[in-house]
Design a protein around this ligand. Structure first.
Ligand SMILES: Nc1ncnc2c1ncn2[C@@H]1O[C@H](COP(=O)(O)OP(=O)(O)OP(=O)(O)O)[C@@H](O)[C@H]1O
Length: 278
């Protein structure tokens, strides 16, 4: 179990985690949602030990995150940060193998190569194995980084917006594989998603963040409501059920009168207010 107790993180003058506490169970997919700039990536970086919290503690069963034992702590993780570009002269297979960097420092054997090829095969990208990564599309890069994170054989898998560049097909390939492996391997999986419908379909546990605070957490079926969406995003939404009985969120645009668009396309006072809020 990954446990966070009374976590406080401030960067410059911004409070990005305020007395945050939660526990994440093995074998469960946990999804963080929340507005831009609210501290989602900061939370992942703090859990990974990239950002130091002002106070609070983080445990994985009997292991504790400390500066002294950072490298042992990081061995627990497969971590796919946000928006990484692969601007290097390596093949896809080599980049996936880098997920096993610790093993590589000893020896690169056939079993490791088989594992890397099998990881690519399972996500439908075996045909790219010998391609140079700096010639891949943005979505292909994202899938390759996912395969690399899987190669770590992690206990904790963290992904920051892993489907942001993916088409509909690959969104589901990645998330189905993630869900299946999380359950089979007993990983603690934690990812950031912006798409509330994907979050509702794949989260066993949803963590809703706003302004560095954990506003709500739980089963999406229980906690996703129009009121919550209005509170967190300031957007009107309707929620129905999909064919699996999962919440389906439909957001509703503001009327033209509300938006108060000027006919000549100039930004109005109301639009400026929205831009400032962002
Ligand atoms: N190292 C840093 N020093 C100072 N401020 C930072 C630092 N890293 C991030 N921030 C600020 O902290 C805020 C939260 O950033 P973070 O990346 O955690 O947001 P987020 O919720 O992941 O947003 P998004 O959905 O846009 O990716 C932002 O205002 C960002 O500018």
């Amino acid at each position: 179990m990954l446990t966070v107790n009374q976590l406080n993180v401030t960067l410059d003058t911004l409070t990005l985690a305020k007395d945050m506490s939660f526990s994440l169970q093995p074998g469960k997919v946990n999804v963080i949602i929340g507005p831009n700039g609210t501290g989602k990536s900061t939370l992942l970086k703090t859990l990974f030990g990239d950002i130091k919290a002002q106070s609070g503690d983080i445990h994985f069963f009997d292991q504790t995150l400390t500066t002294k034992q950072l490298s042992a702590w990081r061995k627990l993780f497969g971590y796919m940060p946000q928006d990484i570009r692969l601007d290097i002269e390596l093949s896809v297979l080599e980049v996936v193998l880098l997920g096993q960097l610790d093993a590589l420092s000893l020896r690169l054997d056939d079993a490791l190569i088989e594992q890397a090829l099998s990881a690519l095969d399972k996500i439908g990208l075996l045909h790219l194995a010998n391609r140079s990564v700096n010639k891949l599309s943005g979505g292909q890069c994202q899938m390759i980084l996912f395969a690399q994170a899987l190669m770590r054989n992690p206990k904790i898998l963290m992904l920051d917006e892993p489907v942001s560049a993916l088409d509909l097909h690959f969104q589901h390939v990645l998330l189905d594989h993630l869900d299946e492996q999380t359950k089979q391997q007993g990983w603690v999986t934690l990812m950031v998603l912006h798409d509330l419908n994907l979050a509702a379909q794949y989260a066993d546990n949803l963590l809703v963040l706003k302004d560095g605070q954990l506003v709500k957490s739980g089963d999406p079926k229980d906690i996703l409501t129009p009121e919550l969406i209005k509170e967190v995003y300031g957007v009107q939404a309707e929620i129905s059920k999909d064919s699996h009985g999962l919440p389906f969120v439909r957001t509703i645009r503001r009327s033209r009168t509300e938006v108060n668009l000027s006919t000549d396309g100039k930004v109005t006072q109301l639009d400026k207010g929205i831009a400032n809020a962002i």
